[in-house]
Write a protein that binds this ligand. Sequence first.
Ligand code: ADP
Ligand code: MG
Length: 690
Amino acid sequence: MARADEIIGRTVRDGKTRYLMEHESKSILEELDIATTGGTLAYSEAEAVKIFEALGGPAVMKVVSPGVVHKSDAGGVKLNISNSREAKAAYSDIIAAFGEANVEAVSVQPMAKPGIEAIVGITRDPTFGPLLMFGLGGVFVEVLKDVSFRSIPVSPADVSSMIEEIKGYGLLKGARGYAADLPALRQLLLQVSGLVLAHPEISEIDLNPVFLYPEGYVVVDARMFVDGVAGGAPARHGNGSLRKFFYPESIAVLGASNSEGKLGWNVFHNLVSHNFEGKLYPINLQANEVQGVKAYGAIGDVPGPVDVAIVLVPAAATPKAVEECCARGIGSIVVESAGFAELGADGRKAEEEMERTARRYGCRLLGPNCSGIINTHSNMVQSIGAVAELGKGNVGLIAQAGVYAAGMLWGLRHIMDFGIVATIGNKLDVNETDVLEVLGEDRNISVICMYIEDVKGGRRFVDVARRVTRTKPVIAVKSGRTDAGKKAVSSHTASLAGNDEVYDSVFRQCGIVRARDNEQMFAVARGFSKQPLPDSAGVLIISYAGSLGVMATDAVNLNGMRLAELEPHLKTRLRSILPGMTSGLNPVDYTFSMSADDVRKTIEIGVESADVGAFIVILQTEILDRYVAPLSGIDYKGKPVLACVACKEFVTEDVIAMEKAGIPVYATPETAAEVLSAMYRHNLTVKSPQ
Ligand code: ADP
Ligand code: MG
C-alpha cells in the first residue's frame, strides 16, 4: 500500500493536521480497489470547466481545504452540475464561500446515481481499540442511530452479523425496490478493517455516504484522521498461569487475627471453617497461634512453599507487605486491603508502587480493594465477610466488589450453587479478562456470570471471551451505561460510538449474553447450570391456565423460539389423555384441575417428539409442593424443563425445593422464554464450526 504509506506518513510527519481530505482518503481506498466517485482537482475556473466537460455527464464539485472537515455545511458541495455554465458558477460560488486563500482546489467528480445511503466508519475506542462501524446513512443514522460496531480484526461472520443486526437490514436484503449487493458490502467492510490493521496510525474513518446498489456500491465521500500512536491492549506483568490463585496448596494470610470482628479474623476464619484443604500460614506480629493454627511473625519466616499470599494489613503498610511476599518468591498475591486508588492520589501512588514491585518480581496481583476468591471445589473461602456453608456448584461469578458478590452469594445459595466467585477490586494487575480465561478452562465451572463496570483487557477481552463462549455460556451485566466524560470527537463514527453501544456490539461479537440486571443474569445462569441445552427451537408448553399459556406462546415466539409440532401418533396419544374441554395441543391447557400426573404423562409424550426441544411447565402456585417429587422423577431424555410459577416469591419454600430438585423456577413466562432462548442460541454456537 505505497500510496497509503506516503499520504499517512506525510500527514503524521507534518504534524500540522491529522486530517486526510476527501481526495487523499479516496486515493488510499482506490489503491485497495474500493470503488469511489474519485475527483480531479481543479486549480482554476477554466480547469474546472474543462474537467467537467471531459466527464460527459452530471457532476459534483467540492471544496478541497485542510481547514474544512464538513464540506457541505458551509456551501462547499455543489451537486447535479449539468452544463458548463453551472460548472463555472459552482466553482466561483465555492471560492466565494470560503475565500481564495482557504481553498486549496476544487474537486470535480461524477455525480453518482442514487442508491441506499450507508455509512462505514472506524473509531478508536478507549477500551477496545479500533472499532468498525456500519449503518444506514441519512435519517437512519441521524435519528435512529441504527448502527452496529465490531472490534477489529473482524471475521467474515462478524461482518455478516453486523450488517444483519441493524434495523434497516430488511431494506438491504431487498424491499420496495431497494436492495444492496451484500457480498460487495461485506467485502468493503473487511477491506476497511484490513486497512486499519495495516495502518494502525489511522484513528478514525468516515465513509459517509457510501451508495449501495443492487450491484456494487460507490464511496461518495471519505475522510480519515491519523495520529502517531497506535492503540492496543495494555502490557501484562507475566505470562504465568493464574490457576494457582484458584487452586493453591498453601496460603499465607498477612494480617490474620485472633480478634473477632476484625477483617483479618473473618478471612482466616473463613479459610479454617470451610476446611481449606491445603496448608495455612497466619502471619501475625504478636501471636504464636491464630485461631488454633501456628503463626509466624513475618512472611520470610514461613518454612515451606507458599502458593498464595493474602494481604490484609492497613493500606499504608501494604506496599511493603507486597514487596516481602514477592521477595519470598510468592507468585500469586491477593491484596484485600482497601484505601487505594478509590480514595485518591496517595492511594494511586501506593498502587503504582505495588505494581512496579509485582512487575519487577514477575508476580501476579489480585486487587487491591477486593474480597479475594471463593473456590468451593478446593474449600477455599477468602472473603472479607463471614460466609455460610456453600454447595459445590458449577457457576462462576466474576465481580468487582466483595460486598456485591457476598450479597448475591448469601441469597442465591438457596437456589443455586456457585463453584468459583472471584472479586477483582481495583484490577491493578489481574483483571476480568484474566479471570474469565481461567474460569473458561476450569472443568468445575460450566457457566460464567460477570458483573462489569469497565473492561481492562482491551482487544484481549474480545479474543478470550470469544474463545470461552464457544464452550461455556458467559452472561454479563454491564453497568455505567451513560456516556459521562466522553471526549470531543471529530468523526461521525466516533460520535456514534457511545459506551453502551460499543459494549453491546462487543458482547454480541464475543457471544456474551447481556443481561438487563442481576435478576435476569442469575435466571439465565440457573437454566444453564441445572438443565441440558435444547436441541430444537420447538417448545412444548404445559399450563393450567389458558392465559398463561398464551403469554408463554408469545414470549417463546418473541425470543426466537416457536411452539413444537407433535408427530401425528403423538398427537393421538396426547388427545387420549386430555380432558374434553381443552382446545389446542400446544400449549397443552389442563385448566385448574391439572395434576402432576397430567404433566408427567404429557412430558413423556413430548420427549418422544423430534420437534420438542424443551418444556415450559406453568404450575399452580398454591400447590407447587405437589409437583416437586413427580417432576424431578421424570426421564426427560436430555431435554430441558423450566417451571413457571406466578407470584413465586410468596411460596419460597416450595420454590427452593423445586430448584434444589434441579428445575429452575421463574415468575413469568417471559423470563422462562428468555432463558430457553439463550440456551438454544448457545447450543447453536457450540455446534457451529469454528
Ligand atoms: P460532507 O463533507 O458535508 O460530508 P459530502 O461529500 O458527503 O460532504 O457531500 C454531501 C452530500 O452530497 C452527500 O451526503 C451526498 O448526498 C451528496 N454527494 C456528494 N458527493 C456526491 C457525488 N459524487 N454524487 C452524488 N452525490 C454526492
Ligand atoms: Mg459526507
